[in-house]
Design a protein around this ligand. Structure first.
Ligand SMILES: [Zn+2]
Length: 339
């Protein structure tokens, strides 16, 4: 596991930390006390009444800081999980298409605003830290796996030798922007045919509507309608196919024990995993395919991983490998819609 990027607050007993998981649709936040117990949580739209995603984020942290202060504690640190190309060492988000961010010094912005240490990590890699802790606690392999959270976007956190791979510029894991359909549909990144264009929760809704789908069009409804609705079946098949092609590449390159599917779409469970396993096994006929499993932590993994970035709580009060906050209490309630 990688080291803390910023600061080591130490967390005296009258303090609390805020963890934030930024998504393309919502920003999830939670406050934890000095022993890692959940104090409060809050979800806001990424693009709500505030003028930008940065302002939405700052407003959310400010509201949680207010709640902490109301409980007689002071803010000791902020852990942030962000999508996009994230450089945790320099505290910058180099690029996040869904947020409109380019070379954003997010750590400096939040440090200046709140005056406390701020730790930043890629959302997928932060979630992988939480997933790794949960896998080890459950007696599963936590050293060689790839965590693939699927929500508004798709990424992959590669864990090898027990370490979350960062890449030379902090940009490892942009699995959603691996091209699987030559000359396919246009992606927000500028390429065509990226996995994300076919298999993200939002892509499934967008493609279903574009192809004349008639249900109300929530991702969950579409995935549940594949037996009766030919448009849903077609869109779902393309999503599974894009993921299977990408996962086949990951398996061939990395030889992981498991591919762990998380994020909102991971909650589809066996409806996704059964066809995905079959397609990957088809591609990998020449070798034993990796296990393809549902996330143990669930959609709250990014948030829990963001809290783990503020490591002294976990190091000080928990056994190595245990989760900071015992699930399921720490995990935000399951979304009504995949996001
Ligand atoms: Zn792309």
């Amino acid at each position: 596991m990688t080291d803390l990027a910023h600061g080591d607050p130490g967390h005296p007993a009258d303090t609390a930390v805020v963890a934030v998981d930024i998504g393309g649709t919502t920003i999830k936040g939670a406050a934890f006390d000095d022993r890692g117990a959940l104090l409060d949580r809050l979800t806001v739209p990424t693009f709500g009444v505030e003028s930008s995603a940065v302002e939405s984020l700052a407003a959310l942290v400010g509201r949680l800081e207010g709640a902490i202060a109301g409980g007689g504690r002071r803010l000791a640190g902020i852990g942030v999980a962000s999508p996009g190309l994230v450089d945790p060492v320099h505290g910058r988000v180099s690029f996040a298409a869904n947020l409109g961010w380019s070379d954003l010094p997010l750590v400096d912005i939040l440090t200046e605003r709140f005056g406390v240490p701020v730790a930043l990590e890629h959302d997928g890699r932060a979630a992988a830290r939480a997933e790794r802790a949960a896998r080890i606690a459950a007696g599963r392999d936590g050293d060689e796996f790839v965590f693939v959270p699927i929500g508004t976007g798709i990424s992959a956190a590669i864990v090898t030798g027990g370490v979350v791979v960062q890449g030379a510029t902090g940009g490892a894991g942009e699995f959603g922007h691996v091209q699987v359909v030559p000359d396919g549909e246009l992606c927000t990144c500028g390429q065509r045919g990226c996995i994300e264009v076919y298999a993200s929760a939002s892509a499934i809704v967008r493609r279903y509507r574009a192809q004349g789908g008639t249900s109300t069009g929530l991702t969950r409804e579409i995935t549940e309608a594949v037996d009766d609705d030919p448009v849903a079946a077609r869109v779902w098949d393309a999503a599974v196919g894009a993921l299977a092609t990408g996962i086949t590449g990951l398996a061939a390159l990395l030889d992981p024990t498991a591919i762990v599917i998380g994020g909102g779409l991971g909650e589809a469970g066996e409806r996704l995993l059964v066809p995905l396993r079959a397609r990957v096994a088809e591609h990998l006929g020449w070798r034993v395919p990796p296990l393809i499993e549902q996330s143990l932590v669930g959609p709250g993994a990014g948030l829990e991983g963001a809290a783990l970035l503020l490591g002294p709580v976990a190091r000080g009060s928990r056994a190595p490998g245990s989760t900071l906050v015992s699930p399921p209490a720490s995990v935000p309630s399951p979304p009504k819609e995949f996001s």
